[in-house]
Design a protein around this ligand. Structure first.
Ligand code: ATP
Ligand code: MG
Length: 193
């Protein structure tokens, strides 16, 4: 089973992904974490990524797709085992490329979990996280830009996946355990069918 965990910045994709890995034994691919790791190590990719991330912009599609392609080439077994994609795809072009890539491994995106969270709650969470995370993008100006980018470039993916019948909206406001429970029931339901 390949799952995309989808939502605005601060919607809790990373947090909920951690639980899904434990529950379903999926391989976690978080493009945000991957890029932050490159930044911390000062790699060539990290230096490029840093300029975009600290501005609240997306990394260009072509670069993002190269990075993802590398992961699959290095560990082809991950595709077979089932992946939870966290923070990817973020554009229609990325979604189309993902579809093509998974098709090459004889598989597809089975379910998209859309964490739907009110905008003021998103801002509150990211400001709170910024106090401890040291992330260059968790400050109010960059948060606003990330939300704009989300609405213009990423949110259209909801319709993209709705049209395929794979989009499952989940209320991402409120208590962590309740949200985790809702996601689990959605996926368990899905597995039985
Ligand atoms: P959440 O809090 O829900 O886990 P987030 O949006 O705060 O999500 P990440 O998913 O970690 O955080 O992304 C951080 C930044 O990394 C993005 O704002 C963007 O600049 C870059 N990035 C991550 N994934 C992609 C992608 N698929 N395409 C382009 N840029 C990306
Ligand atoms: Mg994240």
């Amino acid at each position: 089973m390949n799952i995309v965990i989808f939502g605005a910045p601060g919607s809790g994709k990373g947090t909920q992904s951690e639980r899904l890995i434990d529950r379903y034994g999926l391989h976690h691919i978080s493009t945000g974490e991957l890029l932050r790791d490159h930044i911390a190590r000062g790699t060539r990719l990290g230096k490029i990524a840093d300029t975009y991330i600290s501005q609240g912009q997306l990394i260009p599609d072509q670069l993002m797709l190269e990075v993802l392609g590398e992961i699959f080439k290095e560990q082809p077994e991950t595709a077979a085992r089932g992946v939870i994609f966290d923070g990817f795809p973020r554009t229609i072009a990325q979604a189309e490329a993902l579809e093509k890539m998974l098709k090459g491994y004889g598989t597809e995106v089975h379910a998209v979990i859309g964490l739907e969270v009110d905008e003021d709650e998103l801002v509150r969470r990211m400001l709170e996280r910024g106090k401890a995370s040291g992330r260059s993008d968790d400050n109010i100006d960059t948060i606003r830009r990330r939300l704009d980018v989300y609405h213009s470039q990423t949110a259209p993916l909801r319709d993209f996946y709705r049209a395929k019948g794979t989009y499952h909206p989940i209320d991402g406001n409120g208590e962590l355990e309740r949200i985790a429970g809702d996601i689990a029931s959605c996926l368990d339901n899905f597995k039985d069918n």
